[in-house]
Design a protein around this ligand. Structure first.
Ligand code: FAD
Length: 621
């Protein structure tokens, strides 16, 4: 639909941002034929684009403005001024359109903490039905089960008729995947259980969001949107940016009554008779609130934005999974991504195989991962309690909860992942694609250790009143001393992993005779904790899981939305996306973003359940 046709039209709900969460809401809300819904998405519809749909092509999406907003952080003080590229999906499906396709789960305690922070209805038991509703898991074939040791999965816990396809590849298993479960045993880690049980430690090959019927990425646009797009009560406009929320300030509280949208050079105002639902993601949801007058008074006044709701917490509480990656040289004869890079005929073969049968290396994404507790990784002798220092950016209650999780033997402190490809983190400030799609001669294997519950807290705030100007993103990486120390221990542990068990057989021995494994050129050697800390500062990158900038918390404890995801101080306005996570959770967070949006759609439907709607409330169709 042309954006100009929408001028002065009215819908029951306007969804600002057709990303991961936004399309879930669009799909679920339009199940009610009495609701009219408009989705406004800044990017395009990339369904059918082979770079998006081919699972093995995802690294080519980053820093390409057709798919990626390509945000950059401020220079990070604790990392000698390093800047980080932060990709975010731009297009229908949002970041689910460009992500690494890894499908994982938070822990039971992660969600029980959400509930106990003042969010009734958001505990583990409350959210399980939504995990079930999201997923359409496909059982592995016998060869896959054997190669990837998938017996840890408990099919009875998994959804099999939901929207998002989850599956394992059917062939082209690599040596690292095949060694992975054995590596876990060799390290003496606990035997993995299905992360859907709520507690899971050890290494395992995880599910990816791939539809095995055609080998393509399964994401919010190909699933949730596809199911809804024939409905007359849903309109979707793309390449249109929501500039701000329109308000009615005549009542006791300001009420969101529509949005101002920019398409090309023209501006359109559209009315929402029930609610505006902000789904712009962790960077652009707080941006849109601030542009609309919801946020810190001094900041809004600085940019001449009238203050509608004063709330110091908008854009604060930014949390990430900081991750450090190391790479080692692989012995000849074992395939890595560099073989495809260096041999065009191999790459052509892989592409032809994918085109003909949706199989081979292009059909696969990263699967090797695992969760490790504090004691499995860290060396004895560290007084963790003394490192738990207060920080003005970290609410004391969060500090206590972080310490409890840190010391819980059942909880993951680290996520460890591996892939047969090198990584040149010197490009962390320019492009995440270039980082893994590097040009260093040779063949490599990389392993990363990421922190599941970082102690550092950052912020996202507007730099001007113009929606086109990117906000200032300051993750304050490593600003809390705990994060640096935990990651330094993680680095030493990664070195232990590669010299132990089956992985060691595939990697070159260090040329200096030290008994270590040979690093990829560019990785400085290190042996002590002090040296490991320097490596962390040089090599820490994003794990792509920022959350928390419109936190669901009591208002006096840093909340921007309540447990119904309503923006405090306003009516007719909710935020639904990764920005509402009050505290970050274990693992790859997409499954929880889908679950948050599924639950939000039930909450919203429930809010209007008693109301007689006649279908003409929205005159947008
Ligand atoms: C590179 C990368 C790799 C990742 N890998 C994984 C993984 O393997 N597994 C996993 O579980 N998670 C992964 N994640 C995380 C996960 O994909 C995201 O957390 C999740 O998709 C975020 O969903 P969201 O709804 O919060 O935001 P998004 O999906 O990013 O949606 C926000 C949408 O809003 C639109 N928008 C923003 N502002 C406006 C505006 N003003 N007007 C109109 N539209 C607007 C954007 O274009 C976008 O489409 C990854 C993320 C990235 C970026």
């Amino acid at each position: 639909m042309a954006a100009s046709d929408l001028s002065n039209k009215s819908f029951d709900f306007i969804i600002a941002g057709g990303g991961t969460a936004g399309l879930v809401l669009a799909s679920r809300l339009t199940e009610n034929p009495d609701f009219t819904v408009l989705v406004v998405e800044a990017g395009s519809d990339r369904r059918g684009d082979p770079l998006v749909s081919t699972p093995g092509a995802f690294l080519q999406l980053y820093s390409n403005d057709k798919y990626d907003w390509d945000f950059k952080t401020t220079s990070q003080k604790s990392e000698d001024g390093a800047v980080h590229a932060w990709p975010r999906g731009k297009g229908l499906g949002g970041s689910s359109m460009i992500n690494f396709l890894m499908y994982s789960h938070c822990s039971k305690s992660d969600l029980d903490i959400w509930r106990d922070l003042g969010n009734p209805g958001w505990g583990w038991d409350d959210i399980i039905p939504y995990f079930q509703r999201i997923e359409r898991m496909h059982l592995p074939s016998d060869p896959t089960r054997t190669a990837l040791s998938t017996e840890y999965i408990q099919p009875s816990l998994r959804g099999t008729s939901g929207m998002i396809h989850t599956s394992w590849q059917s062939d082209a298993f690599n040596w690292a995947q095949e060694a992975w479960a054995k590596q876990s045993k060799a390290m003496g880690y606990p035997t993995s259980t299905d992360p859907r049980t709520g507690t899971s430690l050890g290494l395992f090959n995880q599910l990816t969001c791939v539809d095995p019927s055609d080998g393509t990425r399964s994401y919010a646009a190909t699933t949730y949107l596809k199911a809804a797009e024939g409905r007359p009560n849903l309109k979707v406009v793309t390449e249109s940016v929501v500039r701000k929320i329109l308000w009615d300030t005549t009542g006791a509280n300001p009420r969101a009554v529509g949005v101002e949208m920019e398409t090309g050079g023209s501006t359109t105002q559209i009315k929402a008779s029930k609610e505006v639902l902000i789904c712009g993601g962790v960077i652009q949801s707080p941006q849109l609130l601030e542009l609309s007058g919801v946020g810190q008074r001094s900041l809004l006044e600085k940019h001449n934005i009238p203050v509608i709701v004063e709330n110091e917490s908008v854009g604060e509480n930014l949390q990430e999974h900081p991750m450090v990656v190391l790479s080692w040289a692989v012995k000849p004869g074992h395939s890595t991504a560099e073989h495809l890079r260096d041999d065009p005929s191999l790459l052509n073969q892989a592409m032809s195989l994918y085109a003909a049968s949706h199989s081979g290396p292009m059909a696969a994404a990263t699967t090797t991962t695992g969760f490790l507790d504090l004691n499995s990784v860290t060396q004895p002798g560290t007084d963790w309690t003394s490192l738990a220092t207060p920080d003005t950016h970290l609410p004391p209650r969060q500090l206590d909860l972080l310490m409890t999780q840190l010391q819980d033997k059942k909880e993951a402190v680290y996520q460890v992942s591996g892939m047969p490809s090198g990584a040149t983190v010197s490009q962390r400030g320019t492009s995440n694609g270039a980082m893994f799609f590097h040009s260093v001669p040779g063949n490599y294997f990389s392993m990363s250790a990421g922190l599941m519950h970082a102690f550092s807290r950052g912020s996202v705030h507007i730099k001007s009143a113009n929606v086109r100007e990117y906000p200032e993103i300051d993750p304050r990486y490593l600003s809390h001393p705990m994060d640096l120390e935990l990651l330094a221990h993680g680095m030493l542990h990664l070195k232990r992993i590669v010299r132990t068990g089956p992985l060691a057989e595939f990697l070159e021995d260090a040329r200096d005779g030290s008994g270590e494994k040979e690093f990829m050129p560019g990785v400085a050697s290190f042996n002590t904790l002090a040296e490991a800390r320097e490596v962390v500062k040089e090599r820490q990158i994003t794990m792509y899981h920022p959350t928390g900038t419109c936190a669901m918390l009591p208002r006096e404890e840093g909340g921007v939305v309540d447990s119904q995801l309503r923006v405090y101080g306003a009516e007719g306005l909710r935020v639904v996306d990764a920005s509402v996570f009050p505290m970050n959770v274990q693992g790859n967070i997409m499954s929880l973003v889908y679950a948050v949006a599924e639950k939000a759609s039930d909450v919203i439907k429930g809010a209007y359940a008693g109301e007689k709607t006649n279908g003409v409330n929205g005159t947008g169709h």
